[in-house]
Write a protein that binds this ligand. Structure first.
Ligand code: NAD
Length: 334
């Protein structure tokens, strides 16, 4: 198939070229994000390959279909950026990579927890200035603390397994309880109970209309004073303005973010010589107890190679119509 690859970074190109040796698709790499402005680049391509911040809203999909595109290959698990009903209407099939390494995301989540707790991000800066004082860096033992996981699919389950190793008490919430998680000893509770009982809350559910701003003024007010919140799932699960208020009044003790609601204009780019105009985001960066990484939780050698392999296998299966492609269907958001 002729595939236009959007939002291409060097590591995407290397991984896709290597994986393509088993498939022989014709890949055209474009650096820009897929947007209304860049969609003409896809004209005449059978498929577009897109990442988390590419725009696959109705307008873009209609233009893609007019240009002959029949397939969207998402190089990610989440599909909240795709207007699935329009895709269906215009005859575009959507495929994704349902699992590439839950370990990558779960381990990065633990990295954020540890760094925030022991102030490793601040210690790094201090020691580089030959300031070897440890004042202000006192943390807490994880053993015996309660970790609450929202969404116990592949990543949530992996995280709970790791936190069990730390000796934490485990709470979970999910409309579809996972028996493996129960075997780990986690207790399923209602979302509000999880908020009220957890020392650390970590989000691992998809972004859907039901989970938009799941963390808001109300849920933050339920949390233990000084609790830690980690979001490595999707930015819009957290109302960032509400989180800022909770950080200002000290109710929220720590915030670790790998995702941010308005990240599409920020993340995956070097903006170091520009003025960032998102005041909410810049306010978040001023707190000593907030740690932001720019959507890198997935970014391990294993995950990137798996993403490339599954993405191209999806293209091959679509072409062969062998029923093996990992398709996204509208009932998955019902
Ligand atoms: P998964 O589909 O295996 O699990 C998601 C779980 O969330 C399911 O068990 C589902 O029942 C549950 N869920 C749905 N609605 C819920 C709700 N309202 N409350 C609680 N639970 C709910 O997905 P996964 O592979 O574990 O990935 C989880 C999320 O992580 C993805 O949706 C994606 O947004 C995000 N992700 C982020 C990165 C990154 O680099 N930061 C990488 C991969 C995935």
């Amino acid at each position: 198939m002729r595939v236009a690859v959007f939002s291409t970074k060097r590591y995407d190109e290397l991984a896709l070229r290597a994986a393509n040796e088993d498939h022989g698709h014709e890949l055209a790499f474009c650096e820009p994000r897929l947007t209304r402005e860049t969609v003409p680049l896809a004209e005449g391509f059978d498929a577009v390959c897109a990442f988390v911040n590419d725009d696959l809203s109705a307008n873009v999909l209609v233009t893609l279909a007019r240009g002959g595109t029949r397939l969207v290959l998402l190089r990610c698990a989440g599909f909240n950026q795709v207007d699935l009903s329009t895709a269906e209407q215009v005859g575009i099939t959507v495929a994704r990579v349902p699992a590439y390494s839950p370990h990558a995301v779960a381990e990065h989540t633990v990295g954020l927890m540890l760094a925030l707790n022991r102030k490793i991000h601040r210690a790094y800066a201090r020691t580089r200035e030959s300031n070897f004082s440890i004042d202000g860096f006192m943390g807490f033992d994880f053993v015996g603390k309660t970790v609450g996981v929202v969404g116990t699919g592949k990543i949530g389950e992996t995280l709970l397994g790791i936190m069990k190793g730390f000796g934490c008490e485990l709470l979970a919430t999910d409309p579809y309880p996972n028996p493996e998680v129960e075997r780990l000893g986690a207790e399923y509770v209602e979302p509000d109970t999880l908020a009220a009982r957890s020392d650390i809350v970590s989000l691992h559910c998809p972004l859907t209309p039901q989970t938009f701003h799941l963390i808001n003024h109300r849920t933050l007010s339920l949390m233990k004073p000084g609790a830690m919140l980690i979001n490595t799932s999707r930015g819009a699960l957290v109302d960032a303005s509400a989180a800022i208020e909770a950080l200002k009044d000290g109710r929220l003790g720590y915030l670790g973010l790998d995702v941010y609601e308005e990240e599409s204009d920020l993340f995956f780019q070097d903006l170091s010589d520009r003025v960032v105009t998102d005041d909410t985001f810049m306010r978040l960066l001023t707190f000593p107890n907030v740690l932001v990484t720019s959507h890198q939780a997935f970014f391990t050698q294993e995950a990137v190679a798996n993403i490339a392999r599954t993405t191209l296998a999806n293209a091959t299966s679509f072409e062969a119509d062998d029923g093996q492609a990992h398709l996204v269907t509208r009932d998955m958001v019902a």
